[in-house]
Design a protein around this ligand. Structure first.
Ligand SMILES: Nc1ncnc2c1ncn2[C@@H]1O[C@H](COP(=O)(O)OP(=O)(O)O)[C@@H](O)[C@H]1O
Ligand SMILES: [Mg+2]
Length: 406
């Protein structure tokens, strides 16, 4: 198995975070128009390319159905049969109603930017994905799943999707803006966190996985870059680009090398168990400052994962060590989280003794660290990224668009 197979489209590694800029999005600080580039009439009633059916007087979608509805963006009304793909219309996103600010993060398909809605002053983090890049990297299903799952879920420690829309070139996910920055940055800055500090975060991830798994959703991409810290010092999990509804097993290779579970490497089919494995990796990395399976090249990391030998630095306390060992178990019938009692095996482990899970869920426990926040629109807690200067030139497909159901 080649390492590149695993280091797929999303593959930024923990040790070597991918900060490569994406250079094909509109520049910072400018009001940006979407596919309706040359037709910026300053209103929010832009409608996208006219299909043959529209020319035949099919009612156009109202902007409300595009911007506030989390449902379908199809151009049909209730009285009409759905149009087939080639006849359906991609509405133009009203991205020109927003002022885009600093880039908060970048990925393989685009970037996440700070955005302010001009009329309301409402703040968002907008994940802008280039359709061409998504298609090129064969990630269409993942992106559609990301939207579908984010629309379905609601949990205090998971980022909230507020709106979504698209134009012919981009997909836009409007997320609540999480002001404290990435867990990754704080962990690298501090080196490692104390036992209690780590426990506070690990408990929140446990609560998230318990919730998602009950809905048969596997997250599959836990790592410090995808965890944000909110104003109160609690976590918010973002990036559902690999999340999937899975009842039994799935076979897609995905994840970040240091966090990949052995069953994924061995291509035996995997399920909810991968999330519990990644929790073990995260607890270890948070306590020690480095992941347990670490090497300069990916193949070396994979060999260590399969061998499964964990060397614990002295700093790891006995109970934490015990839980990590119960999570980083190759045998799924013995891994904590995967057995009959599910998440309860993890929650009832002695490392969590005395933790009030209900108080945690309701933000009633004091957070060990509160990020500095100058004002509501401060982006001080995020790394600086170079501005992007160009815009994608071509729509993904001139005729059919694979994102009609986004
Ligand atoms: N809701 C948000 N608030 C603030 N920053 C965010 C938010 N969502 C994502 N980010 C930033 O953008 C980065 C990339 O977003 P992510 O969804 O992880 O994209 P990718 O799928 O490309 O990894 C994150 O690591 C984080 O720094
Ligand atoms: Mg990510």
């Amino acid at each position: 198995m080649s390492s590149s197979m695993l280091n797929d489209a999303k593959g930024s590694t923990t040790a070597n975070k991918n900060n490569d800029g994406d250079n094909s999005l509109p520049p910072v600080g400018t009001p940006v128009s979407g596919a309706g580039e040359n037709r910026d009439n300053g209103s929010e009633t832009n409608i996208g390319p006219i299909s043959s059916s529209q020319q035949n007087n099919t009612p156009l979608p109202t902007i409300d159905s595009i911007t506030t509805g989390m449902g379908s963006t199809s151009s049909t009304t209730n009285n009409e049969p759905p149009l087939n793909n080639s006849e359906r219309v991609i509405p133009v996103a009203n991205i020109n109603g927003y002022t885009l600010g600093a880039t908060l993060g970048t990925g393989s398909f685009g970037r996440v930017r700070f955005a302010t809605e001009k009329t309301t002053g409402e703040i968002y983090a907008v994940k802008i994905l280039k359709k061409t890049a998504v298609v090129k990297l064969s990630q269409i299903t993942h992106i559609l799943d990301e939207k579908k799952i984010l629309t379905r879920i609601s949990h205090p420690f998971i980022v909230n999707l507020k709106k979504k829309f698209q134009d012919t070139k981009y997909l836009y996910l409007y997320l609540e803006y999480i002001i404290g920055g990435e867990f990754f940055s704080w962990l690298r800055r501090e080196g490692r966190f104390s036992n209690d500090h780590t426990k506070f975060y690990a408990a929140q991830i446990t609560s998230i996985f318990e919730y998602l798994h009950r809905l048969d959703i596997v997250y599959r991409d836990l790592k410090p870059e995808n965890i944000l810290i909110d104003r109160q010092g609690y976590l918010k999990l973002t990036d559902f680009g690999f999340a999937k509804e899975v009842k039994l097993k799935t076979y897609t290779l995905c994840g970040t090398p240091e966090y990949i579970a052995p069953e994924v490497l061995l291509n035996k089919g995997h399920g909810k168990g991968v999330d519990w494995w990644t929790l073990g990796i995260l607890i270890f990395e948070t306590l020690c400052g480095h992941p347990p399976f670490n090497d300069d090249d990916h193949v070396g990391i994979y060999q260590q994962i399969i061998q499964g030998r964990i060397v614990f630095p002295r700093v790891v306390e006995r109970d934490a060590k015990s839980l990590i060992k119960h999570l980083l178990v190759q045998d799924l019938t013995r891994r904590y989280g995967c057995m009959v009692r599910g998440a309860d095996d993890v929650k009832d482990h002695r490392w969590f003794n005395g933790l009030d899970w209900d108080a945690l869920y309701h933000y009633q426990l004091p957070a060990p660290f509160i990020p500095p926040v100058e004002n509501d629109s401060s982006t001080q807690n995020f790394d600086r990224y170079p501005d992007s200067t160009e815009e994608v030139q071509d729509p993904v497909y001139p005729g059919e668009d694979p994102f009609l159901d986004f």
